[in-house]
Design a protein around this ligand. Sequence first.
Ligand SMILES: [Zn+2]
Length: 80
Amino acid sequence: MSTNPNLMPILTRDQARAIGSRFYFTNKTCIHGHRAKRYTANGHCVVCNDLHNAARPPEPRASRSPSRRRSRQEIRDANH
Ligand SMILES: [Zn+2]
């Protein structure tokens, strides 16, 4: 239950930048209600980013990779 892979210790964006981390985490929810880590580069919630990517039409090659699709589904399930 407490194994959400998107959670991590509190790390401000400035701290993340200072240590060169790609992600930071403030324990605040994003505008869509996800409490997940965010990209240091653009401040986007990783769940929103993933959902955005999943909403795109799959590339022909990607559609032949069922394991990748399954992992997307698990990520979605873990946050609902
Ligand atoms: Zn989000």
